[in-house]
Every structure is written in C-alpha cells, then in structure tokens.
Ligand binder design. Structure first.
Ligand code: GAF
Length: 370
C-alpha cells in the first residue's frame, strides 16, 4: 500500500494501524439532516486511507500523498491550516483521550465533486485513533465526534449525514438514518439485478459562496421552526397550516424540508418492496424541490439532471450540499452511453466545462486495512 510506504519513508517505521473511510452520495434526503429529519446516503468506492502510529508527546506529524513533499510537524493544534484542520480537529475533539501521532493520508475521492472527502478524512483518522487507543467508541460516536471537529474546529456547520455515512454504511446497502434519534437501518440497494446503474455526474464546478449559503439555509430553517413553535422542521405535521404562518424564503425552505422527509420515507418503502425501478420519480421531485424551494442547485446541476432524464435516466437529482458538485442519475445499464452523451452535449451547448462520469456502487463504511 503506497500510504504505508510513504509513512515508512517519512517516519522510519511501519504504521501501527491503517484505516479506510469512504466518501458518499446521498440517494435522497437533502438538507434534512440538520432539521432532525431523514437521509439515505450510501458509501462510494472512493475514500481516504489513514496510516497512524500514536506518539507519547502531543506533536502531530502529518503528511498527505495529495500534498507531496510536505511533512507538517504541529506542536499545537492552532498551527493546522487547510486540509490538516480536518485531521487536527479530530485530535482536538478527542482531547486528553489521545496524545500526538504520526499520520500519513492518501485519498482518492475525486476532488471538488461534493462526495464528502472531508468526512472521509475525519472518520478515517478518528477510527484509527479509536482503535489504537482502545477508546471503545461506536461508529455513530465516531461520526458525531467527526461532525463536531468539522463544526467547532473547521467552522463548517454541517449536519451528521456525511460522517454517519462514512462510519456506518455497509456494502450493497444505503443507510436510512433518523438524524434525531440517530437510529439507522441498512437498506439493500440492489441496482444490478434490475439492470440499473447509479451514475455520478460531476459538474466539476464548486461555487465559492456554497458555505455561506449553507449556513444561511440552516439559519432560515431554525428561524422557521421557532416561528412555528416546534423544535425542528422535522416536527411539522400539518404542512398547510405551517405554510400559512410563514412567508418568503422561510416558507419555501419549510416546504422543501417537510416534503423531502416524506420522499425519503417513500423511497425507503419502494426499496424495501423491491421496487427500485420506481424510485426515479422521487429523485426527480427531490431535485425540483431543491431547485425551486430550497434554491441550492446551480445551472450546471439543473442541466445535468434535465439532460440525464432526456437521455433515458429513470430519475436524477443533485446530491450533497449543492451549488455545484455532483448529480446522480438512475440509469438502465444499456442507456448509459446515451445518457452520458446527452449530458455532455448539453454541457457543451451551454458552454460549461465538460462533466466527469463515475459509476457509483454501494461500498463499505470505515474499516481497518492493516
Ligand atoms: C453537506 C453537509 F455536510 C451535510 O450535513 C448535509 O446537510 C448536506 O450538505 C445536504 O443534505 O453535505
């Protein structure tokens, strides 16, 4: 493994443990996690591998194969910059339970595709430290700790979905997660036997304002919930009555979150009934709601979804936070070339940068490699 070779070259010995944690796509349930709602992500075959050996002192020595030639030696957590903050944030949240460590990182999540490389990085390091220090944390506890690192150390107010997917997913399954109770169930996702494939369409665009807009949506939802007198938008039971009490953007955000939660439950119902070919309509409805009510799509995502359906996809939607990143399309295998061509042609017509296509299969969550 090349991460082990890099570790040895930099630190002069083999790592004591090597852990791998994946990125994710979300099948449905977007911007519902921080509203205490439902999500249905699955892990992708790309992720982050962390080779780790604990140290007796509090120093963190850190290298990444994606930043060649640079080995960081951090005497204090405040010294971390850029990608290193996701790693050091995990140490910060573990506090006195760990000291320092030597860490080598190797990641193959396509950069900027919105497939949650940051959660993969946090969860790989957290899993390795949990293992090496015998902390006895469960996968969900590791996900929560990783989320806290991202919220409080990195400063991104994300929900629990990405870290939970990275820590808990199982191969061949999507993870149905209740983001309030944190109860979860692995739902079999058998696309191949239905002649279907889940195609990731990476728009290769990431808009700068994404983080600011994410925080704004979150604040709008919290404000709407306060006006409605409920703990979170998850608790809205009478949508019509709720919409009467709200105006403008808060009304639209509420409409999305409440209907999206229903769509997650409906899609899970279809999967459990073996009706995977029928889930496309819910994916399409989710995208329209994210476009028109939640306003987090981008021209590239809208064109990708529309062209994918035109080319023969049974359904398509943006996945993840939005404002660029990737869409997913449920495509009969024999229609894959046609869908890719239709999307590529539409991008060219609009003068967009060419998209990248990646086949998504449901991969395992965090696990030890060595
Ligand atoms: C990002 C966040 F990190 C998740 O927590 C989630 O809110 C998602 O956007 C939108 O569903 O990936």
């Amino acid at each position: 493994m090349r991460v082990v070779e890099a570790f040895r070259a930099a630190f002069g010995a083999s790592p004591e443990a090597v852990w791998r944690a994946p990125g994710r796509v979300n099948l449905i349930g977007e911007h519902t996690d921080y509203n205490d709602g439902f999500v249905l992500p699955f892990a992708v075959p790309w992720g982050v591998t962390a080779a780790v050996t604990p140290r007796a002192d509090r120093t963190i020595r850190l290298l990444s194969l994606q930043s060649p030639g640079e080995t960081l030696t951090l005497a204090g957590h405040d010294e971390a910059r850029g990608w290193a903050r996701y790693v050091v944030g995990v140490f910060e949240m573990l506090g006195d339970r760990v000291a320092g460590a030597d860490v080598a990182i190797d990641g193959d999540v396509p950069a900027g595709a919105g497939l949650s490389s940051s959660a993969a990085l946090e969860v790989s390091v957290a899993s390795a430290l949990n293992d090496l220090h015998d902390l006895g944390m469960t996968p969900m506890e590791l996900a929560l700790l990783s989320q806290k690192a991202e919220n409080d150390f990195v400063g991104m107010p994300c929900g629990i979905m990405d870290q939970a997917a990275s820590a808990l997913c199982e191969e061949g399954h999507a993870l149905f997660l209740d983001c309030r109770s944190l109860g979860s169930r692995n739902i079999p996702l058998d696309l191949a036997s239905h002649g279907l494939s889940m195609l990731i369409i990476d728009t290769q665009v990431h808009h700068e304002h994404a983080n600011g807009e994410y925080a704004k949506r979150r604040a709008e939802c919290e404000s709407a919930a306060r006006k409605l007198g409920v703990p979170a938008l998850r608790d809205v039971t009478d949508l019509a009555a709720a919409l009467e009490q709200l105006q403008g953007d808060e009304r639209k955000r509420t409409m999305h979150v409440v209907t999206e939660n229903h769509r997650v439950e409906a899609l899970v119902g279809l999967l459990r009934a073996g009706a995977v070919t029928e889930i496309g309509a819910l994916m399409n409805a989710s995208h329209l709601s994210l476009r028109d009510q939640y306003e987090v799509t981008s021209p590239e995502l809208d064109v990708a979804v529309e062209a994918a359906v035109k080319g023969g996809a049974r359904g398509a939607r943006m996945t993840g936070g939005g404002f660029g990143g990737s869409a997913i399309a449920l495509v009969p295998v024999e229609r894959l070339p046609e869908v890719e061509k239709t999307v590529s042609d539409a991008f060219a017509e609009h003068g967009f940068q060419a998209p990248r296509f990646l086949p998504a299969t449901a991969a395992p969550g965090a696990h030890r490699l060595a």
